[in-house]
Design a protein around this ligand. Structure first.
Ligand code: XIL
Length: 300
């Protein structure tokens, strides 16, 4: 195949990118987007600070632009993200009453999922709920601190009721190395959810890597999670300086795991990246394919 999307589709997988609504009018950007990618994650437009800036006041305009573009170009969508401690408006983070916060969280999930019903392949229902470092526990957040450990389960149950056809994912970073306490914490949660029938379909590995690319045990991690009965995906891939070998190793880890169903890079050109100055993507600022692009295409 001659494009990332077509090559990934050859093994039943997808190849996606993060998209910013404000760039869709840039023809260099949209030409690459529509030629290479068959899955789209909104980079910011579905986050709480944009979609519900004040209580009960929903704004889906920017995300609608992206979803409409995807529909027109035959691309599928990953919804990102419903419950996250970051890019969260102050009116939510200042809630101290559990009943209020539970109802606010459930209403946010239900209203956003209903708006996009039928147009989202998979949702990142909860993003980055686990702490960095050695604890293996949830991080501090208004959801954790006010609702307790059960907030993740609550969010997934609410999401399943809102749109039973959407795949429901947990998404996080620094869970790629099997021996890390954070990885083990997420693994234990997913195992518990599957054992108790809490609805979860997939785990997203953000994969924001340094120059060396994935940790040695990355494929083991993907395969161990898949063995719990969930799909796994690489959801926000970028690699400092974009070494072709590091990119190829990442893609191969996914290709070697049957339930690794797709990969998404976190932006198109280096100038689109949130990692300013790290040149971590597959296209240069002029929109030209970088050596990492060819390495990825060969590995798919
Ligand atoms: C980033 C966006 O790329 C930036 O534009 C924004 O300023 C901050 O968020 N983990 C995630 C993504 O789940 O939503 C983040 O995206 C990158 C880290």
């Amino acid at each position: 195949s001659s494009t990332l999307g077509a090559a990934a589709a050859g093994s039943g997988r997808y190849f996606g990118t993060a998209v910013a609504a404000g760039k869709l009018g840039d023809s260099t950007y949209s030409t690459i987007l529509d030629r290479e990618f068959n899955m789209i994650t909104p980079e910011n437009e579905m986050k709480w600070d944009t979609t519900e800036p004040s209580r009960g006041n929903f704004n889906f305009g920017p995300a609608d632009q992206i979803v409409n573009h995807a529909t027109a170009h035959g691309q599928r969508m990953r919804g990102h993200t419903l419950v996250w401690h970051s890019q969260l408006p102050g009116w939510v983070s200042s809630i101290t009453d559990a009943n209020t916060l539970r109802s606010v969280m459930d209403n946010h999930i239900t209203t956003e999922m209903n708006h996009f019903k039928g147009r989202i392949y998979a949702w990142d229902v909860v993003n980055e709920a686990f702490a960095d470092g050695g604890s293996g526990q949830h991080r501090s957040s208004v959801f954790q601190n006010v609702l307790g450990n059960g907030f993740i389960e609550q969010a997934f149950r609410t999401a399943r009721a809102a749109d039973p056809a959407a795949k429901l994912c947990y998404n996080d970073y620094n869970i790629e190395n099997w021996s890390d306490a954070k990885t083990q914490g997420v693994y234990t949660m997913v195992r518990d959810f599957k054992a108790r029938g809490v609805p979860i379909d997939c785990v997203g590995f953000q994969s924001h890597f340094g120059t060396g690319g994935p940790p040695a045990g990355f494929q083991t991690t993907l395969s161990n999670f898949a063995s719990l009965g969930v799909d796994v995906q690489i959801t926000e891939l970028d690699i400092a300086q974009a070494s072709p070998t590091a990119y190829a190793n990442t893609v191969k880890a996914c290709m070697n795991v049957a339930r690794c169903t797709g990969m998404t890079v976190w932006g198109i050109r280096d100038s689109d990246s949130w990692r300013t100055g790290e040149n971590p993507l597959l296209f240069d600022t002029g929109g030209n394919k970088k050596p990492a692009y060819d390495a990825v295409l060969s590995a798919l």
